[in-house]
Design a protein around this ligand. Structure first.
Ligand SMILES: *Cc1c(COP(=O)(O)O)cnc(C)c1O
Length: 359
């Protein structure tokens, strides 16, 4: 089965085999070496230095990392603006409000691009804001949010950015040099091609220190993880198989040419899908230049339900993904992350032609 859902992804053989490595105790040197290799490997994906930044590893899904980032990087009296244009932006507001963090949501429709004038207005009229949270690739629609203009505004206002890069880290470009990033959060099982179970936050060390270790959560306290991981330890039991897989996936990413090359691979794959679907008169949800290379959304062809399309493709070995919320009835999504061979891609394009023209 080839997974075309936005994570977990189809594993390569070498990542799958790494799951069979020996049992480990998480209080032994072998584990600490594994942990350190992953922390360094994650920083290496974007050429970052461990002096100024820390990759902090958690056992949990992507949402755990996003939640840990929001509640650990904002000081007790800090205030947060959240730019929303999809499920994951809205989820960040939900998280922040549950912890009683003063939050200013900047709401948009799910298909809308971020309106920079509204962000500017929100920053103007809320001088107490300390942070701004935004999703990089909003997986709801497949839109790659343009973060440069937001980063410029934040820099002008002295606001630090917290970015959900769960479905972009490892594939899309993230400007760690110029954007005023306090942190970004991501997971092993999307563009990095590991298994679910480990997620992480890449934090600016000064920004983490400046937050002053707010005590909002025991388990999701990044300052605690960071302190202990820096000393070659871990506060809690980690998912060791997921760590093995992530280490292997990171070394595979390096062997395959790193983030830039992964982006090109994804782009090549998704543009083939888009081309074939467009030929079949299936309409893409967004203009090409607005889409990530990771996932694209398409309007369901007339007279085909999502369930039919899903089941037909599943019978041919491919798992596609439904729309969320109100989108469930009108669209479908395809992601081409993971270990997908050229032959698999050919079969996929054939399967799409067969399924959609037959209807
Ligand atoms: C997948 C995803 C998440 C997290 O999902 P989990 O199911 O918790 O791993 C968060 N944000 C975005 C943008 C995502 O695509």
């Amino acid at each position: 089965m080839i997974l075309l859902n936005p994570g977990p992804v189809t594993l390569s053989d070498r990542v799958r085999r790494s799951l069979l490595l020996p049992d480990l105790c998480h209080r032994e040197d072998e584990f600490f070496q594994l942990q350190e290799q992953i922390r360094t490997g994650l920083l290496d994906v974007y050429g970052l230095s461990g002096d100024t930044r820390a990759a902090i590893l958690l056992t949990g899904s992507g949402t755990a990392a996003v939640e840990a980032m929001l509640i650990s990087m904002i000081a007790e009296q800090g205030q947060l603006a959240v730019v929303e244009n999809g499920v994951y932006g809205e989820r960040m507001t939900n998280i922040a409000q549950r912890y009683g963090i003063a939050t200013v949501p900047i709401r948009h429709e799910w298909l809308a691009p971020i309106d920079i004038s509204r962000v500017a207005e929100a920053l103007q009229s809320n001088p107490e804001l300390t942070h701004l949270a935004v999703v990089h690739h909003e997986t709801t629609s497949g839109r790659l949010n343009q973060l440069e203009p937001i980063a410029e505004l934040c820099a002008e206002h002295g606001i630090r950015m917290l970015v959900d890069t769960v479905s972009s880290f490892g594939a899309e470009y993230i400007d760690f040099e110029r954007w005023p990033l306090a942190a970004c959060a991501a997971t092993a099982n999307k563009c990095l091609h590991g298994i679910p179970g480990v997620s992480f936050v890449v934090a600016d060390r000064d920004a983490l220190a400046a937050a002053g270790d707010p005590e909002r959560s025991l388990y999701l306290d990044l300052a605690n993880y960071c302190r202990q991981q820096d000393q070659g330890g871990t506060p809690f039991t980690q998912s060791i198989p997921a760590f093995y897989a992530l280490r292997e996936a990171l070394s595979e990413l390096t062997d395959h040419g790193g983030q830039v090359s992964r982006r090109q691979t994804y782009e090549r794959r998704i543009s083939k899908v888009r081309k074939v679907l467009t030929e079949l008169e299936v309409q893409p949800l967004l203009a090409d230049e607005d889409c990530s290379v990771v996932l694209q959304g398409f309007h369901l062809p007339q007279a085909v339900t999502y369930q039919q399309l899903h089941d037909d493709l599943k019978n041919q070995g491919f798992i596609i993904y439904a729309g969320q919320g109100d989108f469930a009835k009108t669209l479908f999504r395809i992601s081409t992350m993971g270990d997908i061979s050229d032959a698999d891609m050919q079969r996929l394009l054939e399967a799409l032609r067969n399924t959609i023209s037959a209807d």
